[in-house]
Design a protein around this ligand. Structure first.
Ligand code: KG4
Ligand code: ZN
Length: 398
């Protein structure tokens, strides 16, 4: 039986991560060094700082992953690294280090798409909990929902590897980006998703009726060259408009609501009290945040989340139905959200389909998912050239 110890390295955004996974099915170690503390004061990821932090962290993180797995470099069978999409400078740190290790050890190098990694986070969990995935034979619909992406893929197993077809995507902001921007607007820290997740439990989700209108592709592109970042990298016009997402409108609607109800002074006071002021706690808790929120803000937060989750759910289940797929995976940072997990689970029962999420640790960026996604490529001998470079807008499938 082929051995399959793969060291995965991930540095596409603001987490430096390394993991050792055996045969894509057993995690021996998974180490994640988060840069949240570095970026928090800027309210978002600063690319130059991210590259610098990756440079600082990559050697100790890889060392910790090998140590945690109790393996030496010489025990490895391959090295896998995220080659995109992501921040150019950040990707480069992981790729350069992975290439150097692979060259020095005479090991094959495997390039992994970050989005494919997120999908494999769920498959890895399933293999580990020995619920041998029926997905080994049947196609799945994967919703990758994170700070950078809101993408729906049809993932089909073909001869031991996976083929991906893009089914839907955001035409502007990613869902996680909307969470982060709304949280920032309301004076919450970065990343905003976990704050909104926790505070939404204390508000009325039906207080503000945010609505998503159906996206009309032709109208959206207006016959002109596409202007959005998203449109440049994927054939939006070729996708079914029912499976397109747009989260920039709700962000603007929240901003209007904040202005209309004069919530800005409160948000500024909250930011000062929790994050930037001289008396700000070292690590603000949800109770600290709750104490600074009035009911109208809590209702706004709960309503925002309810609308976003509802929209993700409606389009994902409509796509599953239209494609005749009985299995849905939801993955990426926003998949950690409690309301999302609860409502997708209930909706799956209603539709008679199954839905799976990664564990919380594997929902956000990590390297175990990169090493797991590399396993079918290892078996297929699908190795990267030594000229491998990062591709910030690398697409998955077509
Ligand atoms: O997958 P990830 O770690 O990095 C990217 O590839 O983007 O996702 C990070 C995103 C951030 O936008 C963060 O606010 C969001 O995931 N997030 C959440 C939650 N935890 C993280 N959004 C909603 N609810 C959460 N519990
Ligand atoms: Zn990610």
């Amino acid at each position: 039986m082929a051995r399959g110890l793969i060291l995965g390295i991930e540095s596409s955004c603001d987490e430096t991560a390394a993991a050792v996974v055996d045969r894509g099915a057993r995690t021996l170690s998974s180490v994640v060094a988060s840069q949240i503390a570095t970026h928090a004061r800027y309210g978002g990821v600063v690319p130059e700082l991210a590259s610098r932090e990756h440079l600082r962290a990559i050697v100790p993180v890889v060392r910790a992953a090998l140590g945690g797995a109790n393996v030496a470099l010489a025990d490895l069978d391959a090295i896998a690294v995220t080659s995109g999409p992501g921040l150019a400078g950040a990707l480069l740190v992981g790729i350069t280090y992975a290439k150097a290790l692979a060259f020095a050890q005479g090991l094959p190098l495997i390039a992994v798409n970050h989005l494919e990694g997120h999908i494999h986070a769920v498959l890895l969990n399933e293999r580990e909990s020995a619920q041998d995935p029926q997905d080994a034979q049947s196609p799945v619909l994967a919703l990758v929902v994170s700070g950078g992406h809101t993408h729906l893929y049809l993932a089909s197993p073909v001869d031991g590897s996976w083929h991906y077809t893009l089914v839907g995507r955001t035409v502007d902001d990613a869902a996680g980006e909307a969470y982060d921007k709304v949280a920032k607007l309301l004076g919450m820290g970065y990343p905003g998703g976990p704050w909104i997740d926790a505070l939404a439990l204390h508000g009325n989700p039906h207080a503000v009726p945010f609505a998503f209108s159906q996206i009309k592709t032709k109208l959206h592109l207006g016959g002109k060259p596409p202007r959005t970042k998203a449109a440049r990298t994927a054939p939006i016009a070729a996708l079914d408009p029912h499976f397109l997402f747009s989260f920039s409108g709700i962000k603007t609607a929240v901003l209007r609501y904040v202005e209309l109800h004069n919530l800005r002074p409160e948000a500024e006071a909250r930011r000062e009290a929790l994050f930037t002021g001289p008396d700000a706690p070292a690590r603000p808790t949800v109770d600290d945040a709750l104490a600074t929120c009035d009911p109208i803000t809590l209702d706004l937060i709960a309503s925002f989340q309810h609308a976003v989750v509802g929209d993700l759910m409606k389009k994902t289940f409509a796509a599953a139905e239209s494609l005749g797929v009985a299995r849905i995976l939801v993955t990426g940072g926003v998949a950690a959200n409690r309301e999302l997990r609860a409502r997708f689970t209930t909706e799956a029962v209603r539709h008679g389909v199954s839905v799976a999420f990664p564990t919380l640790a594997l929902s956000t960026d990590n390297a175990a998912m990169i090493a797991a996604a590399a396993w079918p490529r290892f078996l297929a001998g699908d190795f990267a050239e030594s000229s491998l470079t990062g591709d910030p807008s690398l697409a998955l499938g077509r």
